[in-house]
Design a protein around this ligand. Sequence first.
Ligand code: NAP
Length: 290
Amino acid sequence: MNDKICVITGANSGIGKVTARELAKQGAHVVMLCRNEEKAERAKEGILRVCGHSRVDIVLADLSSTQQIRSAAERINADCSKIDVLINNAGLITSNTRTTTDDGFETTFGVNHLAPFLLTQLLLDKVLASKQGNIINVSSEAHRFASFDLSDLQYEKRKYNGLKAYCSSKLCNILFTRELSQRLPAHVVTNSLHPGAVASNFGGGVPGFFGIVMQLARPFMISEEKGAETSIYLATSEEGFTATGQYFKDKKVVSPNKEASNNYNAKRLWEISEQLLQITFLPQKKAASA
Ligand SMILES: NC(=O)c1ccc[n+]([C@@H]2O[C@H](COP(=O)([O-])OP(=O)(O)OC[C@H]3O[C@@H](n4cnc5c(N)ncnc54)[C@H](OP(=O)(O)O)[C@@H]3O)[C@@H](O)[C@H]2O)c1
């Protein structure tokens, strides 16, 4: 990974931190996109202690703010000649009280789906500048429990449930990957993955039932190291740079559920995301003429 530049969101904690550390240990220049400076600096120090070089940078952005995403992307675009691997790893789950971001998006949908959609669009030219670009989206088996509704992605019509909103946002990660794979040129791949049930900080601070379940389940969950394995596999293996549009679990391609495998859903989600963010992302490829 010596000549590779890897951008990782949520790289100060859990799966993202281990992924950043292991890629840096393999020689990659790692850009950690984090929201909390103190936590990011602490994680960076830990990575520098073991990686054997100093090519580890922090870029700060709260992914719940499109303005901060834009500033972070501007800085990365100015500092990096190319991006070989972009890992959209950051994610959250909320309580059962519906909240919105600075831009007015429902928080889970905003941070878990719209933020990686926008960040990927803003960094795409640098990914295209890599000889072999690779975009990895950290999703979840939780997508199988989504009550997916394209007409109510932000839970404006239905009673809000934090876990349901999370499941739906993780389904969006798979649909985004599916559609993105069809729009990218051949030298850039994109895949999504489930990391496993990981004993990270994830969901720990959420009050109520989900937070309690996460705490009780911790002894039975896998380590952060194990949880980062599929992300690292996709970022470093030959398969990770050749497969595209796939969903991985335990370093193997698996089938997501029906809704996540649906081309109409993927295309509509793309259009809705473009409209909400007021951006135009990659146009659809024209079908080859007969
Ligand atoms: N843990 C699991 O069992 C599990 C299972 C399936 C999928 N996943 C997925 O794995 C990914 C990583 O989760 P994890 O388990 O490593 O959890 P984690 O330890 O809580 O890490 C999540 C990371 O995302 C960052 N983040 C959250 N909201 C953000 C925001 N608004 N702006 C910027 N960064 C933000 C966090 O930053 P702070 O430290 O500042 O909060 C943290 O760095 C997530 O996408 C999650 O959905 C996890």
